[in-house]
Design a protein around this ligand. Structure first.
Ligand code: MG
Length: 380
């Protein structure tokens, strides 16, 4: 495969490097500086290492299962709102838009974005809390850490070893998410950007979904200064919009405002600091994020969403049920490991049944979880 460039004169041997040299800023993570993979592999003729990581993640079964996992709202509430897969795609495109303008490595950004939520159990953060509680004596459960377990141990792509053999930078980026508040250095700018784009995406799409599902009205949301300003600015340009198109335009404006702010604020900061390498940016403590003014406005919006949407009685009821079912199913597997599929029984011998039961449940989609629960509980 590697002599593709000798048989194809149109392809330079340094294609990936040449392209990055032209496109990326000095503070970006260049593919040529990658620390590589645990199991070394020959370079691909036209895909850089982070592009290959992105493709491995995209083709993993954990990634595909994101389509059956809820973001905030469950499937019973309709089929309009975001799943964890569409959320992931929104994060990836938002991060790439900002990353391209800041001249960061888009391939690395995309790989990190597609990976960032693959460790989520069924039923979102409530599923994570339920597993973390029962697994606490056995090390607890974190969806960020579990994403690493998936790509290193649970995906099978190669006959010779488990895992996807991703680059050190993608693995370290995901590990940084787990340790976010404990790090005494900054992460790569690409890693920080994906984190910031995650917040950009969910602030906008949770607002959108909440309106569409009727959990809050645009009028109520206007108590939030950021939304109020969005409405005012949209009305300035489009005074004739009906209620339905007004809320669509407001959400669009909310995305655009955040993305533009992130680009302008960080471009200015990066220009002033003039980092000469990705390593210098990492050791400087510099943080990518919204401008301080927007950060404050986002905080108020997130407070509103927390009180009025994430804690909406409709959601609390679903969550409580899911929480109890997840813990019940976990206990059933712990009591009788023979109920696990064979390959997980074998893995349980190595990592312990408490962790294995959690990992098996965490891999399930919401629907597979419900089917399995019904089967397990009724066949007791
Ligand atoms: Mg996310």
């Amino acid at each position: 495969m590697n002599d593709i460039s000798s048989s194809r004169p149109w392809l330079s041997r340094t294609f990936v490097d040449d392209r990055e040299t032209v496109l990326l800023a000095k503070y970006a993570m260049f593919s040529r500086d990658s620390l590589g993979r645990r199991r070394p592999e020959p370079p691909h003729p036209y895909r850089g290492p982070f592009q290959r990581d992105r493709d491995r993640i995209l083709h993993s079964s954990a990634y595909r299962r994101l389509s059956g996992k809820m973001q905030v709202f469950t499937g019973e509430m309709g089929d309009y709102h975001r799943t964890r897969l569409t959320h992931t795609q929104e994060v990836a495109t938002t991060a790439r838009t900002i990353g391209r303008a800041l001249r960061l490595n888009e391939d690395l950004i995309e790989a990190l974005a597609l990976m960032h939520d693959i460790g989520h159990p069924p039923y979102g953060h409530c599923g994570e809390d339920a597993l973390d509680e029962v697994m606490r004596p056995y090390g607890g459960f974190s969806h960020n850490r579990f994403a690493l377990t998936i790509v290193e141990e649970m995906e099978f792509r190669y006959q010779r070893h488990p895992g996807l053999n991703l680059t050190a930078e993608v693995l370290a980026g995901q590990a940084d998410r787990t340790e976010k508040n404990k790090l005494d250095r900054s992460s790569l700018l690409e890693v920080q950007l994906v984190d910031a784009a995650d917040s950009t995406a969910y602030d906008a799409h949770d607002t959108d979904d909440a309106i569409k599902l009727g959990l809050v009205t645009l009028d109520q949301l206007q108590q939030v200064p950021l939304i109020h300003e969005c409405v005012e600015q949209v009305r300035e340009h489009y005074s004739e919009l009906s209620e339905r198109f007004l809320s669509k335009a407001v959400v669009h404006h909310l995305v655009n405002w955040q993305v533009t702010d992130m680009i302008e604020h960080n471009a200015r900061e990066l220009q002033q600091r003039d980092f000469q390498s990705s390593a210098e940016a990492m050791s400087s403590g510099f943080r990518i994020g919204p401008s301080p003014e927007l950060a404050e406005k986002k905080r108020v919006l997130e407070g509103f969403l927390f009180q009025n949407v994430y804690r909406h009685p409709k959601l609390i009821a679903v969550r409580q049920q899911a929480h109890d079912k997840i813990q019940t199913l976990w206990r059933l597997y712990v009591e009788d490991p023979s109920r696990l599929p064979k390959k997980y029984q074998i893995r349980a011998e190595h990592i312990g049944i408490h962790a294995m039961a959690g990992h098996y449940i965490a891999g399930m989609t919401d629907r597979f979880f419900e089917d399995t629960y019904r089967l397990m509980v009724h066949s007791r």
